[in-house]
Design a protein around this ligand. Structure first.
Ligand SMILES: Nc1nc2c(c(=O)[nH]1)N[C@H]1C(S)=C(S)[C@@H](COP(=O)(O)OP(=O)(O)OC[C@H]3O[C@@H](n4cnc5c(=O)[nH]c(N)nc54)[C@H](O)[C@@H]3O)O[C@H]1N2
Ligand SMILES: Nc1nc2c(c(=O)[nH]1)N[C@H]1C(S)=C(S)[C@@H](COP(=O)(O)OP(=O)(O)OC[C@H]3O[C@@H](n4cnc5c(=O)[nH]c(N)nc54)[C@H](O)[C@@H]3O)O[C@H]1N2
Ligand SMILES: [Mo]
Length: 700
């Protein structure tokens, strides 16, 4: 921080959270204290913030923040700690890591996700440290890897339409996404489009906050979206509603696709999806008839066994109708691959010693309880795995192991922090430097520290620098400063990055990527063929169907009728409007807005089980159970129950949350989690429990 600054000034920052909007922030600082957080002038988020981040000062100055290093004094999970010095904390970690690494460094596991998405503190010095150490590599798959792999097959990477253009669209299909909750600035543009006459369609098994404001809502059964997309293509191809010129010039494998979708009549898809055939055909015709038609997919629809294929399939639609020609057409999952940031320079994979094994965070519970060689040390940062990883019982059994040495670097004493041997205090975004890309718009942003770290908190990058020095890692890259890292991130020959530099970013806060408004109007997809690949050799080489297709949910009547008889309800646990995954779910203001953990259940499903409004209910399957308050509503369709998430376990009535029920099984692509591919049964709590004795083999 610059001591020559006036006593009241504004610092340019960016929201660090795992959300497509990556908002620009203006932090007002007075006498060294942040006094206001407002939206900055970056065009996509244009001055407005969500209700959570508008109250960011309540997070930064929360009395419950961890401010000093601590060591555990109670049992694991109990949450009792005593203050120690940074020297003692770092010496303890370095000594334990050195001893374990002398046996086999793969026994050390980094456990991180997206607590902050700033590149300096998300994936830079930490990766260098663990590479140099030879630790196990972590495959990070909690969120988007199935869809990312699916889009990559069709389009060649995480690329798509410019979300800023959606306000000019005539038809917007919001598919497996709830932007009112999780992509606010995209939603405000959809409303603008609606005022200009656009039609909004939501495809979601739940009448979400978004769906209820759309003109049309189709509610397919969870995990059946690919069937719906195949039937839409059946109609578009069969009725010759295609853009033949776009197909001829910019796509590959049309004849094979046409043959594939022939069998997917709307009637067939209607039976799979549980919706009307006429609705499917109607949507297909309207989509093909609208030039400026944008499809916004998000992550909800890919958290299933066939999630990758579903996204791969939906992504074929705009090339069939030529919607890519229009800036307000095409489709978007994530914008990430438009950025040509220099991740190799940040993460330094060249420091890797040998070829360490890889562990998938989707099966963290199995890894902590059964890996061979065992995990003897875990270093958790940017992540709250006890709350957010699937199959909690196993995750907790792992972290509870007496012989596991666990470091947790956190802002708050989360469910995971309670299992730490050494607990380290982390800075919030207002206290450190970072650089941001976004997965939901086209801007690069600098985030500058507004205030000094509170207490003895340190940023992630700084802790890894200090640990590297203690471990004797002499490479100069372990002495790079945060600003060095920001500059390295921008060392890139990618055309999209030209003209973007750290000094300009620091002064202005943001710069736009050099990406045209309609990136694929003239084709030029980043696939091997340069075309949109209806037929994909890449998919074939990876062992997938080279053509779009439908894979039913793993836990459903088609794949597992026995299980579906015992546990007939599809359980989804989508993001809560007042939380950000498990972040904010400990802060008074968010908890007041959120109320109590609830289960939305359809009136027919409730009455069949004798469940009344507000009754305490037990939700259970072979993996676990927890209790919730019933909300009887036709917001969810018959056969589906929904529990907005992710609540902290220790702040929930029975100390548990939705991930007691979810499975470690992975999706078809990207090694991804399948949170919403999960069958359950629901009962009133005053009925006898069956969950503990039920099918012990159901974990996978
Ligand atoms: N307020 C808030 N904002 C957030 C988050 C948060 O926790 N809270 N989390 C952030 C993160 S990390 C992410 S990844 C995004 C996630 O946000 P989104 O990508 O929007 O994804 P979800 O909210 O998981 O799911 C969106 C919708 O998909 C529906 N859905 C579930 N299964 C299916 C299905 O099989 N098919 C279809 N068509 N729809 C389905 C759900 O009912 C839900 O309404 O939001 C980010 N923003
Ligand atoms: N049942 C169910 N489970 C889900 C989901 C769901 O929809 N349903 N959604 C999944 C999705 S999409 C995602 S992305 C994952 C998210 O999982 P996570 O990435 O673990 O997200 P959070 O729960 O927000 O936890 C992040 C933690 O990082 C901490 N943190 C923030 N900034 C920093 C920092 O600078 N340094 C350090 N050391 N720590 C920091 C925060 O305080 C917070 O406790 O959860 C998944 N889990
Ligand atoms: Mo996510």
């Amino acid at each position: 921080m610059d001591t020559a600054l006036p006593r009241r000034h504004i610092v340019k920052a960016a929201c660090p959270h795992d959300c497509p909007d990556t908002c620009a922030l203006d932090i007002t600082v007075e006498d060294g204290r942040a006094v206001a957080v407002r939206g900055g002038d970056m065009p996509f988020t244009a001055g407005t913030l969500c209700t959570k981040v508008a109250r960011y000062l309540d997070r930064t100055y929360a009395p419950s923040r961890i401010l000093y290093p601590m060591k555990r004094t109670g049992r694991k999970g109990e949450g009792r700690f005593t203050r120690i010095s940074w020297d003692e904390a770092l010496d303890t970690i370095a000594a334990r890591f050195s001893a374990i690494a002398a046996e086999d460094p793969q026994q050390i596991l980094p456990v991180s996700y997206a607590g902050t998405m700033g590149l300096v503190n998300f994936a830079a010095m930490d990766r260098r440290f663990f590479h140099r150490l030879g630790a196990t590599l972590l495959e990070r798959t909690l969120c988007s890897s199935a869809g990312k792999a699916g889009v990559k097959i069709t389009l060649g990477g995480s690329v798509g339409s410019d979300p800023e253009q959606v306000e000019h669209a005539g038809l917007i299909i919001i598919w497996g996404s709830n932007p009112v909750t999780s992509n606010l600035h995209f939603w405000s543009r959809c409303q603008q489009a609606k005022r200009r006459g656009a039609k909004l369609v939501a495809i979601d098994p739940r009448r979400s906050e978004t769906a209820e404001k759309c003109d049309l809502h189709l509610a397919p059964l969870p995990g059946t979206d690919a069937a719906l997309a195949l039937a839409m293509m059946h109609v578009i191809v069969g009725e010759k509603l295609t853009d033949d010129d776009y197909i001829a010039q910019h796509t590959l494998g049309y004849a094979e696709l046409a043959a594939r979708v022939r069998e997917w009549t709307p009637q067939r898809a209607a039976a799979v999806c549980g919706i009307g055939a006429a609705d499917i055909a109607g949507l297909a015709r309207e989509y093909a008839a609208t030039r400026k038609a944008m499809i916004r997919i998000n992550h909800g629809l890919q958290r299933h066994a066939g999630g990758g294929m579903a996204v791969r399939t939906i992504t074929c639609l705009p090339a069939l109708t030529g919607a890519w020609r229009e800036p307000a057409g095409g489709m978007l999952l994530m914008t990430s691959d438009f950025y040509g940031m220099n991740h190799r320079a940040l993460e330094r994979p060249d420091l890797l010693r040998g070829k360490p094994r890889t562990i998938n965070i989707a099966a963290l519970g199995d890894a902590l309880t059964a890996a061979d060689p065992p995990v003897k040390a875990a270093y958790v940062y940017n992540n709250n795995p006890v709350a957010v990883c699937p199959d909690s019982r196993k995750v907790i059994a792992g972290f509870a192991r007496g012989d596991l040495f666990t470091v947790v670097h956190e802002i708050f004493q989360t469910d995971t922090a309670d299992y730490a041997d050494i607990l380290l205090p982390a800075t919030t975004q207002l206290e450190h430097t970072d650089i941001h890309k976004s997965y939901g718009h086209f801007y690069v942003q600098a985030s500058r520290p507004a205030i000094a770290p509170l207490g003895e908190a340190k940023p992630n990058a700084e802790v890894f620098r200090l640990l590297a020095a203690r471990m004797g890692f002499g490479e100069p890259c372990f002495r790079d400063s945060d600003e060095d890292l920001c500059r390295q991130a921008l060392q890139s020959a990618a055309p999209a990055m030209q003209g973007i530099d750290w000094d300009t970013l620091k002064a202005r806060g943001w710069q736009r990527l050099n990406v045209p408004a309609a990136p694929f109007a003239d084709g030029g997809f980043p696939t091997p063929s340069g075309k949109c690949e209806f037929y994909s050799e890449t998919a074939k080489a990876l062992g997938f169907d080279p053509l779009p297709g439908y894979t039913p949910p793993r836990e459903g009547p088609t794949s597992n009728p026995e299980l579906a008889k015992r546990h007939p309800l599809a359980f989804i646990s989508p993001p809560h409007r007042h939380f950000l995954n498990s972040s904010f779910a400990n802060l008074d203001f968010a908890l007041q807005d959120a109320g109590v953990p609830t289960l939305e259940i359809h009136p027919d499903d409730a009455s069949a089980r004798g469940i009344a409004e507000d009754a305490e209910v037990r939700v259970f399957n072979g993996r676990g159970e927890y209790t919730l308050r019933a909300r009887i509503t036709d917001r969810v369709r018959h056969g589906v129950v929904s529990a907005p998430s992710v609540w902290w376990k220790k702040l929930s009535p029975d100390g548990r949350n939705a991930n007691e029920l979810t499975s470690q099984a992975i999706a078809d692509m990207g090694g991804a989690t399948t949170y919403y591919d999960c069958l359950v049964e629901v009962a009133r709590t005053n009925l006898p429990s069956k969950a503990q004795t039920d099918e012990p083999g159901q974990q996978h």
